[in-house]
Write a protein that binds this ligand. Structure first.
Ligand code: GTP
Length: 566
């Protein structure tokens, strides 16, 4: 099709508001995917993602659509829905001219949606509001439309009423994409500039790169260079995503496609990087590229020490598969994948952020591993990363959420009512207090109704110390953490604060279990201290385990294990 008949768009939606269901319907309605070949939701294709109901990998699909007897090519670029992926979202938005803003009309606008709408507006995208789930008895499309107008300042007079589930409003959406979103600029004559919005590792072909051609043309076999990494390759295979990969010989400005060039490492072709020709190079890379700056670290240990080489091997492979291996949410997924796909049994330590330590001699050292923290005599102060979080919540849950933030050393910034019934609350708090279960707590304390968004604000000095865990007088380095002075006693026992989340509780249970197995195996003594009532739950667990182990191994083995409360 001519470039004037191409439309590139993405879907902005809060988790569970129906993005995947709508994407599926669009693919079906345009005949891109037949119903029977559809494995429920085509765009979320990893099992784990489906189980968790979240989208991690960005993908794309090309659809053919006939509008007023003219063929159109609609490229849908998927965006991840979780709070931890705003950079990836911003790069997929940058690859589009328009976006569908899907809001559940029985709910309303959520913090994450807002953040992504602002990103889309910054990228000058045309936004089409879609009020989904109008089939639900509790749907209030006009209230939600008004909320979008008030909160986002977006005209909703032509918002589309839709039920992705029932297939209502789908043709209207396709028509609106053609009518309202502008076609790409025809810049095929310029030197090549293509924006990478995703990549993944294929065991046989190496890294597969997904990109949007912004300017110029890419031909099969071209020698290309990734501008940020300065790595060059021959584009052995290029193609479009329909949605499975379909080889073509040439891709022009405005088109979306993939390439395979026997690339060994995802680091060579990172999301946000610009692809250009090796010989006819552009002098300006595309804006918005960001280096990955990990701020959270977490230790991973195989229960069986003999599995170390296997773990290293598996991690390397997994990393190639997963460019955005960065958040704790991800950490859990990494652990589960390693356990499932590579048959390893693992323990994770509490996640740790990167601290900056100002030393007496004037040096500043970055410290991601508590065991590398300079001795107290050598350090002047410790700074930790802070984030600003914005929570959107129905007014009933303001109290519990403020309490949660205060508990996590949060500093109150502001509160506004965005509608009569919904408030936005802003706090600044240490990243270390947010990684882990903050998001789960927010959800459970608001019965699932609140949502959040966060951004990094900078490093600030805090009263931090290192907490060692000693087993029988020997310091167990992997269990060491850096904590705030006020929380030392609590953390001494709990190791991390995950209490309400079933999954993590299971993990804590694993950790205690594994520690106990070690205690029994090496005949060590362990003392556990706690000042928090909730810890008795864990103590009960421990006792239960000890009883279990006693009956299994005989009491002599566990004589040396005792627990004290202080
Ligand atoms: P993530 O993949 O986690 O980002 O979620 P999503 O936004 O893709 O939501 P998804 O399409 O998985 O839909 C979430 C739930 O809402 C599913 O149980 C869908 O069946 C349901 N759902 C989606 N659209 C509609 C709709 O129009 N009406 C009703 N009643 N339910 C819908």
């Amino acid at each position: 099709v001519p470039i004037s008949n191409i439309r590139n768009f993405c879907i902005i939606a809060h988790i569970d508001h129906g993005k995947s269901t709508l994407a599926d319907k669009l693919l079906q309605m345009t005949g891109t995917v037949q119903k029977r070949e559809m494995k429920e939701q085509f765009l979320d294709n990893m099992d784990l993602e489906r189980e968790r109901g979240i989208t991690i990998k960005l993908q794309a699909a090309r659809m053919r659509f006939v509008y007023e007897n003219e063929p159109y090519c609609l490229n849908l670029i998927d965006t991840p829905g979780h709070v931890d992926f705003s950079y990836e979202v911003s790069r997929s938005l940058a690859a589009c001219e328009g976006a569908l803003l899907v809001v559940d009309s029985s709910q309303g606008v959520e913090a994450q949606t807002l953040a992504n709408v602002y990103l889309a507006l910054e990228n000058n995208l045309e936004i089409i509001p879609v009020l989904n789930k109008i089939d639900l008895p509790g749907a209030e499309p006009s209230r939600v439309a008004q909320e979008i107008e008030e909160v986002v300042g977006l005209d909703c007079s032509n918002a589309i009423h839709c039920s992705a589930k029932e297939g209502i409003g789908i043709t209207e959406i396709l028509n609106a994409i053609v009518q309202r979103i502008s076609p790409p600029h025809d810049t095929a004559e310029r030197p090549l500039r293509a924006l990478i919005f995703d990549s993944y590792y294929d065991a046989y072909r190496g890294v597969i790169v997904y990109f949007r051609v912004i300017d110029g043309t890419m031909k099969k076999g071209d020698r290309i260079i990734f501008m940020a990494s300065e790595k060059d390759y021959f584009a052995d295979e290029i193609g479009v995503l329909s949605p499975s990969q379909l080889q073509v010989d040439e891709l022009y400005a405005g088109e979306v496609g993939y390439l395979s060039a026997s690339i060994r490492s995802v680091a060579d072709a990172r999301v946000g990087d610009t692809i250009t020709h090796y010989s006819r190079r552009t002098d300006q890379s595309l804006p918005g590229y960001k280096e990955a700056t990990p701020m959270v670290f977490c230790g991973l240990f195989p229960v069986d020490a003999d599995q170390f080489p296997e773990l290293r091997d598996a991690l390397e492979k997994l990393q190639l598969n997963d460019a955005a291996l960065k958040a704790f949410l991800h950490m859990e997924i990494v652990q589960e994948r390693l356990e499932r796909e590579y048959n390893l049994t693992l323990i994770t330590t509490a996640p740790s952020v990167v601290y900056q330590v100002n030393c007496v001699n004037g040096d500043t050292v970055e410290c991601s591993n508590p065991s590398l923290l300079p001795e107290p005599g050598q350090r002047r102060s410790i700074e930790e990363p802070f984030v600003k979080i914005e929570m959107l919540t129905p007014k009933d849950y303001i109290g519990p959420l403020m309490e949660l933030s205060q508990d996590r050393r949060g500093e109150f910034k502001e509160m506004k009512f965005i509608t009569e019934n919904r408030a936005s609350i802003t706090y600044e708090l240490p990243l270390a207090e947010m990684v882990g279960d903050f998001f789960d707590q927010l959800k459970s304390r608001s019965k699932g109704y609140a949502s959040m968004e966060y951004s990094f604000v900078g490093y600030k000095e805090s009263d931090l110390i290192k907490l060692d865990i000693l087993i029988n007088g020997d310091c167990v380095e992997p269990l060491a953490t850096i904590v705030h002075k006020d929380k030392v006693i609590l953390l001494f026992f709990t190791l991390d604060h995950h209490f309400n989340h079933k999954k993590v509780l299971k993990r804590k249970y694993n950790l205690i279990f594994n520690t106990l197995v070690a205690v029994i195996k090496w005949n060590l003594m362990v003392e556990l201290y706690s000042s928090d009532v909730r810890d008795f739950i864990v103590c009960a667990f421990t006792f239960m385990l000890i009883n279990m182990l006693t009956s299994k191994f005989g009491s002599s083995l566990v004589d040396s294990c005792h627990i004290e409360f202080h």
